[in-house]
Write a protein that binds this ligand. Structure first.
Ligand code: ATP
Length: 265
């Protein structure tokens, strides 16, 4: 379905000057097949969202994206926000009429999606009156209503309790042939997805297609990243030389400072 070869992704001006660009994905090679349920995990800043948006750009004509930003229109209702998923399927005049006076067929379909997503709110309620988890389910509903074969989600369950997230992921799997999703819940990734990919500092760190991925390996990966970021923090920015003793000393000092802060608080 999608092949990525030597993928490098950058942010910043494309002026040919290296200094103006920040590289976030490095020489990534991945293949995605139809029917796969893929979880992308990794520490914060690893490049997961950047990769996911690149994947969406490649698969746009067959994929629905549920992004972190959600893009809900606050002063419109649940119904209208979810219906937006169907805009591309209809002529603008049809959409306009339906916006003013919703058709029964769409009302029924949107109601059914809400039931599946356990969103038991009146369809005419404005989304600015919803909780974070309810808003997330409206965004999910809009992506589902696009009725695409591929669902691409960027932490679509971050504001939803873990038990409900497990029920919803099963529904999403039923509704989409292929799912590629960034998830922070590592247990959910391991227990519900048939493939887990881990990124670390823009590089592929684990792929369950290539090797066994379990909780121990994932924990080790996150610990390595923590150590690497601490080392970067205590590296002299002038000389780029790391002094392990200074590092240990500084860590101690920080710990003490934290304790002092707590004591004062
Ligand atoms: N628009 C942008 N411009 C410049 N740099 C960016 C931009 N968006 C993200 N980055 C940088 O790219 C790197 C990867 O970001 P990305 O959002 O892909 O990571 P992530 O793994 O999804 O992180 P998180 O789990 O925190 O959402 C980070 O260092 C981030 O600071």
């Amino acid at each position: 379905m999608l092949t990525l070869r030597d993928l490098n992704l950058f942010y910043g001006a494309d002026s040919g000057s290296e200094t103006q660009q920040t590289q976030v994905i490095f020489n990534l090679n991945l293949d995605f097949s139809k029917g796969e349920k893929v979880a992308i995990i990794g520490p914060s800043g690893a490049g997961k969202s950047s990769l996911l948006h690149h994947i969406y750009q490649q698969l746009q004509d067959q994929a629905a994206l549920c992004s972190q930003a959600q893009g809900l229109v606050d002063n419109l209702s649940i119904y209208h926000n979810i219906y937006m998923g169907a805009l591309a399927r209809h002529h603008w005049s049809y959409n306009l009429v339906n916006l003013i006076k919703p058709f029964k067929s769409h009302l029924n379909k949107v109601q059914s999606i809400c039931q599946q997503l356990e969103l038991d709110q009146a369809l005419d309620k404005k989304v600015d009156q919803l909780s974070g988890g309810q808003r997330q389910r409206v965004a999910l509903g809009r992506a589902v209503y696009q009725q695409q074969a591929v669902f691409i989600g960027d932490e679509p369950f971050s504001a939803i309790d873990p038990l409900m997230a497990r029920r919803l992921i099963t529904k999403l799997f039923d509704l989409h042939e292929t799912v590629i999703m960034v998830v922070h819940d590592r247990d959910l990734a391991l227990s519900h997805f048939d493939r887990v990919i881990a990124l670390c500092q823009g590089q592929l760190a684990l792929d369950s297609h290539e090797e066994t991925v379990n909780q121990a390996k994932i924990t080790e990966l996150y610990q390595k990243t923590l150590v690497a970021s601490q080392q970067a923090l205590f590296t002299d920015p002038q000389t780029k030389v790391t002094d392990p003793q200074a590092k240990a000393l500084d860590t101690e000092n920080i710990k003490h400072s934290d304790e002092q802060l707590k004591d004062v608080g």
